[in-house]
Design a protein around this ligand. Structure first.
Ligand code: FMN
Length: 199
């Protein structure tokens, strides 16, 4: 098939788009509101854009609590979503009132961050401490204001659980990161292969 992505006339029961850009890493975003409220939620329109300096982004479908908090207080943390934490990741996506602390909702512990105020998920092996850089608002179809916004953050601190560092390298497969596919499907990275670039 070949369909018009503006009209989305794929004719399928479910939109296939997210099943085609895979796997998408999950930014499990912790943030604080100006009133000190704590928030945690998964975002799979998430990735790194660069490494020196490191920038990350996530895309929000509408003005959710995470984007509100980050624009208010200027900081956030991206926690790594893993196989062991998969149920907690899902639980923190619940549509709850802004004052609800999703760490408590999902039975997660908070660990202090070093360079920013929002806590990280204590159970996660990796966390990126970020300073808010900018929000890019995306136009909808026909260049009208769309509901999506992309939040960009500059990574200022990185936590890695030392148990996953072996001989100077991070053991990605041992951390078992999970990633989002389409529909309600996920992938887990528990096996990797190496390939060297041509000289
Ligand atoms: C694995 C996963 C990935 C998600 N990715 C996104 C995303 O990229 N963008 C988005 O707007 N919502 C996404 N959601 C839904 C949000 O997590 C959900 O709307 C949540 O309530 C937002 O929380 P907040 O209002 O506290 O920021 C995702 C949910 C799950 C379970």
């Amino acid at each position: 098939m070949h369909y018009d992505a503006t009209r989305n006339d794929h004719g399928l029961a479910l939109d296939p788009f997210k099943a085609l850009i895979v796997p998408r890493p999950i930014g499990w975003i912790s943030s604080l509101g100006a009133d000190g409220s704590v928030n945690l939620a998964p975002y799979s329109f998430f990735n790194a854009m660069s490494d020196t300096p490191a920038y990350v982004f996530f895309g929000s479908a509408g003005r959710k609590d995470s984007i509100r908090n980050i624009e208010e207080t200027g900081e956030f943390v991206c926690n790594l979503a893993t196989w062991d934490l998969r149920e907690a990741v899902n639980a923190t996506s619940a549509r709850v009132a802004r004052h609800v602390d999703e760490f408590e909702l999902a039975g997660l512990a908070k660990a202090p961050s070093r360079y920013v105020k929002p806590p990280r998920v204590a159970e996660t092996p990796v966390a990126f401490e970020c300073r808010y850089e900018q929000t890019v608002r995306l136009a909808g179809h026909d260049h009208e204001a769309g509901g999506y916004a992309v939040v960009v953050g500059r990574v200022v601190g990185i936590y890695i659980d030392d148990r996953f560092i072996h001989e100077g390298r991070v053991d990605t497969a041992a951390m078992k990161p999970i990633a989002r596919l389409g529909y309600s499907e996920y992938a887990v990275i528990d096996e990797v292969f190496r390939m060297r670039r041509p000289d």
